[in-house]
Design a protein around this ligand. Structure first.
Ligand code: ZN
Length: 638
């Protein structure tokens, strides 16, 4: 996988990248022991299954639940859906390294489409900015900016632009520069004329808000009308291969750091609300693009923070959004709070008032848990209900509603907390709540919870019936110890056929019967023989097969367990693992000899010779019976 660029480039970039910092920009990591852990960004993770290992020269990540794993390049490729060339350039830029080889510019599996769409959007963003600064063409847009009191700093940070009041400003520029018009059409920037084959601008006479991905690359545009008579007020780019409204949060590239630091994300509805908050120094604010908070949004945010506060400019809007927010709250391990701003003001209006920032912050602090929000509405109904049976009916219908929203699918601990809260608020016992709670009407798994990672999670090599389970375990154990503690490879161990020496001398990759283990063994032995040591990322750099890559990082953790297990007191981890594998190799050789004896006893001479071989084998094997027994895990022995 390093063929796209010079090996030295790849090594230099890998060495210059601080993996914890890189991943920490996207995932909230907490130190645990010698590792850092967090919620896995590659599957629908409820518990922190994702570990980043930077111990003993290693630098790799591994998800214990979905199996995703790899080095800095893998992370960037998987997370940002880049190809290797893009990931290399991205990490090199980040580390301030100038790459020696740049010919891989157009290579890669992401396809020309996405890359071309990116380029078209980047070109348009620059074009719109230039229009905004143009003396005449941008004058009206600058007036709107001034009216809304958006500072120059925010205009720059959010790369605001303008579309000129004409039908073909961008179209003319695209054709003059000989750029591929069909790509601009696919990006939703140009439209086909109804008559003739000409193209015209999708955005005319509008203030332009580029919508960026997490890295700050424009992937779509929001456009606000300048002329009061125009309709609609806001236009958005159509969805494309780059842009999906339900997965995009406006301003995330600017807000991410602050969201991670504050462990809280504030969600507003409009572009100008997000900008107003940032301008007021409240940096952890992003916007949904005209949709309610989706589970996809929540999935992005839960990696970054614990709490999501939805801001609404009025009680009614808040009420309506509460149900949707609850659904998200039930589905994802993130606390969703509802904040209703005073006097029906939106964030932009409020922040521009005297003491606006203080009042905004007070409102955020006074925000209510989405559940509490819903319960308080229910409580009001309950107070009006007369009689025990009327109240009981109300409670049942309320719990039914919660159940519809996915309450039953909530993980146990969180569910219990909500139930306690509910019981407290209603003044009843948890048992009553439980009894009244209807069974889930939803499947327990959410729709998109299926792991979407390219790394295989099946037990490696299990379909290969020719290799016994016990042998496979013995092979993996030896590799695990070598990967976790490569320095042990020098230790003297017993090898097959009565040999004794360093592991790399008495064993060879060919001794590994399982094909995937053998690939890993080849890389392990090659590194140990040439450099005397190894790290997981060095192994990953040599392994291409996804199963082998996944196994290599899994074995690190198995090695950790094995090496730190108190059970192995009388022997060293490497000696124990070597002994076990040797026993398997020898025993299988013996069995092979026996079966060849059965096949070749055609003549008495052949039979006697074969029998002598068997007896000799047998004698040697008998000395190792203990080893064989201990090499076979319980339940497999027959
Ligand atoms: Zn995972």
């Amino acid at each position: 996988m390093t063929t796209l660029a010079g090996q030295s480039d790849v090594e230099a970039v890998r060495n210059a990248t601080d993996l914890v910092r890189l991943i920490g920009e996207h995932v909230m990591l907490r130190p645990r022991g010698r590792e850092h852990v967090g919620l896995c960004p590659f599957h629908d993770d409820k518990n922190p299954s994702f570990a980043v290992v930077t111990h003993k020269g290693n630098a790799f990540y591994k998800c214990h639940a979905c199996g995703a794993g790899g080095d800095a390049f893998d992370f960037v490729m998987q997370y940002h859906r880049m190809d290797f060339g893009e990931a290399l350039r991205f990490l090199a830029d980040r580390a301030g390294i100038t790459l020696k080889l740049r010919q891989s510019e157009h290579a890669g599996s992401a396809g020309p489409r996405r890359m071309d769409l990116r380029k078209a959007n980047a070109f348009a963003a620059t074009f719109f900015q230039r229009v905004l600064n143009a003396a005449e063409a941008g004058a009206k847009a600058r007036e709107v900016i001034a009216q809304r009191k958006i500072s120059d700093e925010m205009v720059r940070a959010f790369s605001l632009g303008a579309a000129a009041d004409q039908w073909d400003a961008l179209a003319t520029m695209v054709s003059r520069r000989n750029l591929p018009a069909d790509v601009f059409k696919a990006a939703g920037l140009l439209k086909q004329r109804r008559e003739g084959d000409g193209l015209y601008d999708a955005f005319r006479n509008r203030l332009i808000f580029p919508i960026c991905d997490e890295l700050g690359n424009p992937i779509a545009f929001g456009a606000r009308k300048i002329n009061p008579e125009d309709e609609p007020k806001y236009l958005n780019s159509a969805e494309s291969a780059l842009f999906s409204k339900s997965k995009t949060l406006y301003g995330l590239h600017l807000a991410k750091r602050s969201i991670i630091d504050s462990k809280q994300a504030i969600i507003t509805e409009g572009y100008t609300d997000v900008i107003a908050c940032h301008q007021a120094g409240i940096g952890n604010v992003v916007g949904t693009l005209g949709t309610a908070l989706t589970t996809e949004h929540a999935r992005i945010l839960k990696r970054l923070c614990d709490t999501v506060v939805l801001v609404f400019d009025g009680d009614e809007a808040g009420q309506k959004a509460a149900d949707r927010a609850l659904e998200v709250f039930f589905a994802e391990p993130v606390d969703v709070r509802i904040c209703v701003l005073p006097d029906g003001l939106d964030p932009d209006e409020l922040l521009k008032q005297p003491e606006g920032r203080e009042r905004f912050e007070q409102a955020i602090a006074a925000s209510r848990d989405a559940m509490e929000f819903k319960i308080s509405r229910f409580q009001a109904q309950l107070q009006q209900a007369a009689g025990i049976s009327a109240r009981q009916k109300l409670l049942e219908s309320f719990l039914g509603e919660l159940s519809q929203l996915g309450f039953a699918a909530m993980p146990g601990v969180r569910k219990r907390l909500v139930m306690t809260q509910l019981a407290d608020m209603l003044g009843v016992g948890i048992a009553d709540i439980e009894a009244a709670m209807p069974r889930s009407r939803r499947p327990v798994q959410q729709e998109a919870a299926v792991v979407d990672t390219s790394v295989s999670r099946r037990v490696v090599g299990d379909e290969d019936a020719a290799v016994s389970r016990a042998r496979r375990i013995a092979e993996r154990d030896l590799l695990a110890v070598l990967i976790y503690q490569p320095e042990l490879h020098c230790e003297q161990v017993d090898g097959p056929d009565g040999s004794r020496g360093a592991v790399t001398d008495v064993f060879d990759a060919a001794d590994f019967a399982d094909p995937v283990s053998r690939s890993v063994a080849e890389a392990v032995f090659a590194l140990l023989r040439t450099t005397g040591t190894l790290t997981v990322q060095q192994l990953l750099a040599q392994l291409e097969q996804p199963e082998a890559r996944s196994l290599a990082s899994t074995l690190y953790f198995e090695g950790q367990q094995r090496c730190e297990s108190p059970i192995l007191r009388e022997t060293t981890p490497i000696a124990a693992a070597a002994k076990s594998l040797r026993a398997h190799i020898d025993r299988e050789q013996y069995e092979h000899t026996v079966s060849s004896f059965r096949q070749i006893r055609n003549t008495p001479e052949q039979a006697i010779a074969a029998l002598q071989n068997i007896l000799e084998e047998r004698r040697r094997i008998e000395q190792q019976q203990g080893a064989i027994a201990s090499a076979i895990p319980r339940g497999v022995r027959s």
